[in-house]
Design a protein around this ligand. Structure first.
Ligand code: ASP
Length: 440
C-alpha cells in the first residue's frame, strides 16, 4: 500500500477548466496522492500560447519601454476563464492585478515568468480545498542562481512534514534575500522531484499529455512501442540524446533518494505509463534494447600524429584546447596514432579556425588535423544488453543490410549503450534499421 504520492501536472494538463476537472478526478482515484506541483497553463490547441511564453513577452516589452497590456490581457483571460468555469471563489482578479503591477514596475525576468505557476497554484489550491505553499519559501537558490539542494531539502521537508494535502507551484524558488529565481524551461519537473524527495514519497508521478516514453522518435519510426519500465541510468543516456518528456535535472533528486518516477497521461488516467526506477525488472528482456535516440549536427575533429600513443599527456593537451574555448566534447574514440573528438557543430562553429590552428601547431609536420561535419550520433540503450552476447553483432548487421556506413563506434564499459556515428543523411535510416532488428 502506497502511503504518499507526489504528483506534478504539466501545462497541457492545466490548460483550461476541463483539464483541472481531470486532475481532480485523478487525485480522487487515489487518496494518497496528497501533494501537487502544477506548471503554468499550457496550450489548449496547437496555435495557442503558453502562459509562461506570454509572461516572458510582457517582461521583454516592459524592458524595451513598450506597452504590454495587450499581452497581459491574454494572461488575465486564461486565469479568469478557468476560475469562472470551475466557479472558484479565490480572489484571482486581485492576484492578477498584483502581477500586472509587478511587471509594469520592472520586476525581474524570473519573477515575471514564475507568476504563471504561482497563479495556477492559487487556483488549484482553491479548487481542491488544499493548502497553498509558496515555492519561494521552500526552494532555495544560491547567489549564483544554482539550486541549493541541501537547504531546499531542509526547508521543504519542514514545510510539508505534516502530510497535509498541499499545492506547491513548480518552476521557481527564491534566493536567501527573497529574490524569486526560476529553473530552466520545463523546470516544474524539478520542483516535483524535490518535493517527492522532501516528503519521502513512494512514487513521483509526472502527469503529462503522453503515455510515457516511446522506444524511438515517432517522427522517424511508425508507431513505436511504449517503454513500460526503464532505469534512471538508461533514461539519462536516452534523454541526453534527445528523448525528451522529463527535464534532465529532475532525475537526480529522486534517483538518489530511491524514489521511482512514473510518467502518466492526464488524458488516459488508467494507462500505466512509464515507470523509471533504480532497478527496473531485469529478467528476460524482450526486446533486448530499451530505446534508441540520436541527434544530427555533430563534427568530428580527427587528430593524427606519429607515435601519439607513446606521448604522455597528448590527449589532455587536445582537450585543453577545447576547454579554453568552452567546447564540451561528447565522445572520444582513439586509435594508436590518432584520436577523434566528437563535438556539437554549433559549439565548434564560432571558434573553428582558432581551434584547428591550435591543434595543427601541436602536431606540426608529424601529423594532421581534419574535421568532418554533418555527422549524427545514435545511442541504442538497454540494460538487457549487459553481459548479453550478440547485441552488437545484430546492430551492425542491421546497419550493413541497410547499406549504412558506420563512421564511429563507442561502447562504454557499462555496456548500457552502443553509440554509432553515421552521416546525417543516414540518420533516419539507421534508427529504422536498428528498431526493425530489435523490436518490430
Ligand atoms: N512553465 C514553465 C515552462 O513553460 C515551467 C514548466 O512548465 O515546467 O517552461
Amino acid at each position: 500500500m502506497l502511503e504518499c504520492i507526489v504528483t506534478k501536472f504539466g501545462g497541457s494538463s492545466l490548460a483550461n477548466g476541463d483539464q483541472f476537472r481531470k486532475v481532480r478526478s485523478i487525485l480522487e482515484l487515489e487518496p494518497t496522492r496528497c501533494y501537487l506541483v502544477p506548471s503554468a497553463p499550457g496550450k489548449r490547441f496547437s496555435a495557442d500560447e503558453k502562459v509562461t511564453d506570454l509572461l516572458y513577452k510582457c517582461h521583454a516589452l516592459v524592458s524595451e519601454g513598450q506597452p504590454f497590456g495587450e499581452e497581459f490581457a491574454k494572461i488575465r483571460e486564461r486565469y479568469l476563464s478557468i476560475a469562472a468555469q470551475l466557479h472558484l471563489r479565490v480572489e484571482i482578479g486581485a492576484a492578477l492585478d498584483e502581477v500586472e503591477a509587478g511587471i509594469a514596475g520592472g520586476r525581474n525576468r524570473d519573477w515575471c515568468a514564475s507568476r504563471g505557476e504561482y497563479l495556477c497554484g492559487l487556483l488549484m489550491a482553491d479548487y481542491l480545498g488544499w493548502r497553498f505553499v509558496d515555492a519561494a519559501e521552500g526552494i532555495r537558490f544560491r547567489e549564483d542562481g544554482t539550486l541549493d539542494e541541501e537547504k531546499t531539502q531542509e526547508l521543504l521537508s519542514a514545510l510539508l512534514k505534516d502530510r497535509k494535502p498541499s499545492v506547491v507551484p513548480g518552476f521557481y524558488g527564491a534566493r536567501e534575500n527573497g529574490e524569486v529565481t526560476t529553473f530552466s524551461r520545463g523546470g516544474s519537473d524539478i520542483t516535483g522531484a524535490l518535493v517527492a524527495r522532501a516528503v519521502q514519497a513512494d512514487v513521483y508521478e509526472n502527469w503529462t499529455d503522453v503515455s510515457g516514453f516511446l522506444m524511438a522518435d515517432p517522427r522517424i519510426v511508425d508507431n513505436p512501442a511504449e517503454i513500460s519500465s526503464i532505469t534512471y541510468k538508461e533514461l539519462r543516456e536516452l534523454s541526453h540524446m534527445g528523448a525528451s518528456v522529463l527535464h534532465e535535472d529532475a532525475m537526480f533528486p529522486v534517483h538518489r533518494a530511491g524514489i521511482p518516477t512514473n510518467i502518466r497521461n492526464t488524458n488516459k488516467p488508467y494507462h500505466p505509463g512509464t515507470l523509471i526506477s533504480k532497478n527496473a525488472p531485469n529478467e528476460i528482456l524482450v526486446p533486448t534494447i530499451t530505446g534508441i535516440a540520436g541527434h544530427k549536427g555533430y563534427s568530428v575533429i580527427n587528430v593524427e600524429k606519429n607515435m601519439m600513443n607513446s606521448e604522455v599527456g597528448f590527449g589532455r593537451k587536445v582537450l585543453q584546447v577545447l576547454e579554453e574555448y568552452d567546447i564540451s566534447f561528447e565522445h572520444m574514440p582513439t586509435g594508436i596514432d590518432s584520436m577523434c573528438v566528437v563535438v556539437k557543430s554549433e559549439m565548434l562553429a564560432p571558434h573553428r579556425e582558432e581551434v584547428i590552428s591550435r591543434l595543427e601547431d601541436m602536431v606540426r609536420d608529424s601529423g594532421s588535423v581534419t574535421v568532418s561535419d554533418q555527422m549524427s550520433i545514435i545511442a541504442t540503450v538497454g540494460r538487457g544488453m549487459v553481459h548479453n552476447c550478440g547485441t552488437a553483432a545484430r546492430l551492425f548487421k542491421a546497419m550493413s543490410r541497410a547499406r549504412i556506413n558506420v563512421r564511429m563506434i563507442d561502447q562504454g564499459s557499462s555496456e548500457l549503450s552502443i553509440i554509432v556515428g553515421v552521416n546525417d543523411s543516414d540518420f533516419e535510416a539507421t534508427i529504422r534499421a536498428i528498431y526493425q532488428e530489435f523490436v518490430a
